[in-house]
Design a protein. Structure first.
Lengths: 113, 116
């Protein structure tokens, strides 16, 4: 068990560029979650997967955001045409179904300049 | 919708003193409650959780929390803090009875600063 791994740790991008983040969950976990955390705030739910199926998406997830989890393993979160308001820490977490208390990764900090 | 209120945004405490971080949640039904800790530039680490049973829950690093259903509170306590406890602490809730509601709803966090 190597924990939840997120890459990259930091990403600086210019406004209007596309970015993609990767999350590798704990291998046995069938649920995977994405959260966004802005400075001084608690994490906010974006979306979650059970295996490869995306079961819920927050209204925060505009049409510029897309997430995938092919084959129910790793997941990617893509942001198209980034805006300064997208600057945040993007956190990934995983868990077993119906086991409460997720394991979080260290996050990807996105800065849009 | 579920909400969580952490009543103090910042709590400064001297080393070896006791501390209580306050959390209230809004719900008329049973919920599961959690406390997470976040060190600078890190993800969140689970301190403890209440799902059912004893209302006093013990967690890692000497922390404990007490579930109070009548007051809809889940305050976090530690009898003697250390410099290494300096971090951001988040209270969170899940309503397991809402179908598909697997997401944690977090409070805004309490920054605990331990002074020597």
């Amino acid at each position: 068990d190597t924990g939840v791994s997120q890459n990259p740790r930091h990403k600086i991008t210019k406004r209007g560029q596309n970015v993609t983040f990767r999350c590798d969950p704990i291998s046995e976990h069938n649920r995977l979650y994405w959260y966004r955390q802005t400075l001084g705030q608690g994490p906010e739910f974006l979306t979650y997967f059970q295996n490869e199926a995306q079961l819920e998406k927050s209204r925060l997830l505009s049409d510029r955001f897309s997430a995938e989890r092919p084959k129910g393993s790793f997941s990617t979160l893509e942001i198209q045409r980034t805006e300064q308001g997208d600057s945040a820490m993007y956190l990934c977490a995983s868990s077993f179904k119906n086991i409460y208390g997720y394991t979080f990764g260290s996050g990807t900090r996105l800065t849009v300049v | 919708a579920q909400s969580v209120t952490q009543l103090d945004s910042q709590v400064p405490v001297f080393e070896e003193a006791p501390v209580e971080l306050r959390c209230n949640y809004s719900s008329s039904v049973s919920v599961y409650l959690f406390w997470y800790v976040q060190y600078p530039n890190q993800g969140l680490q689970l301190l403890l959780k209440y799902l059912s049973g004893s209302t006093l829950v013990k967690g890692i690093n000497g922390f404990e929390a007490e579930f109070n259903k009548s007051q809809t509170s889940f305050h976090l306590r530690k009898p003697s803090v250390h410099i290494s406890d300096t971090a951001e602490y988040f209270c969170a809730v899940i309503n397991p009875l809402i179908q598909g509601a697997q997401k944690l709803v977090f409070g805004q966090g309490t920054r605990l600063t331990i002074n020597p």
